[in-house]
Design a protein around this ligand. Structure first.
Ligand SMILES: Nc1nc2c(ncn2[C@@H]2O[C@H](COP(=O)(O)OP(=O)(O)OP(=O)(O)O)[C@@H](O)[C@H]2O)c(=O)[nH]1
Ligand SMILES: [Mg+2]
Length: 200
């Protein structure tokens, strides 16, 4: 897919406030600092479209981007960031879940997993929650440019193995780096494929 247009639409505090345009939506979600905003900039080839930060917890709203006037890309706040207050964590969880569990035009959620860390309970629990609510999702392992050969390159495999304990079939998964552009073509082809299946 060629990205001819990628424009920020607006930010929203709740699913009920999100656009009612009916355009299909593809969401990006993951632990805080996993690289969601960076991946969005890499995919759209627009640096600075989504705000990137070295400090976790940058994205605190539901951010909508118009892609090619054909679909909405949705950048969701990160989950599992311990340094925000309990009250704020609850608010963010309600925002994320309110969107993911209710959004009827959500085609698929990309769940981002840091390829440099061993499987985490937080990520596995989040994925199980998506399963319980029948939210369609795929996985994208991030920051693969940082991997040390032979040390970290099995984290993705270990994550999939851990998922196998509760999941009979595994979702499609992508390995990405916002630095090198790895995974860009694969993800854009995948999105083009699912958009084709849905009549506009
Ligand atoms: N080496 C490397 N660093 C990355 C990559 N993607 C993101 N980063 C860095 O990781 C940090 C967090 O990136 P963001 O894209 O802001 O992460 P996020 O998931 O949107 O974070 P929040 O919105 O705060 O939850 C930044 O310092 C990025 O430069 C990558 O592919 N490779
Ligand atoms: Mg972000």
């Amino acid at each position: 897919m060629e990205i001819k247009k990628a424009e920020f639409v607006s930010s929203f505090t709740a699913e009920s406030h999100c656009p009612k345009s009916g355009l299909p939506e593809i969401a990006f979600i993951g632990r805080s600092n996993v690289g969601k905003s960076s991946l969005i900039n890499m995919l759209t080839a627009r640096n600075g479209l989504a705000k990137v930060s070295g400090t976790p917890g940058k994205t605190q709203l539901i951010n909508f981007f118009n892609i090619n006037d054909r679909w909405h890309l949705v950048d969701l706040p990160g989950y599992g960031y311990a340094k925000v207050s309990k009250t704020q964590q609850k608010k963010l969880a309600a925002m994320i879940e309110g969107y993911l569990f209710r959004r009827s035009n959500l085609l698929v959620a990309f769940v981002l997993i840091d390829a440099n860390v061993p499987p985490s309970r937080t990520d596995l629990d989040f994925i199980n929650l998506l399963g319980e609510h029948e939210v369609p999702f795929v996985l994208a392992f991030t920051k693969t440019d940082r991997q040390k050969k032979g040390v970290d390159d099995s984290n993705a495999e270990k994550f999939l193995e851990a998922m196998h304990e509760t999941w009979e079939t595994l979702p499609p998964h992508f390995t990405t780096s916002s630095k090198t552009g790895a995974g860009r073509e694969e993800i854009l082809d995948y999105i083009a494929g699912i958009l084709k299946k849905k009549p506009s």
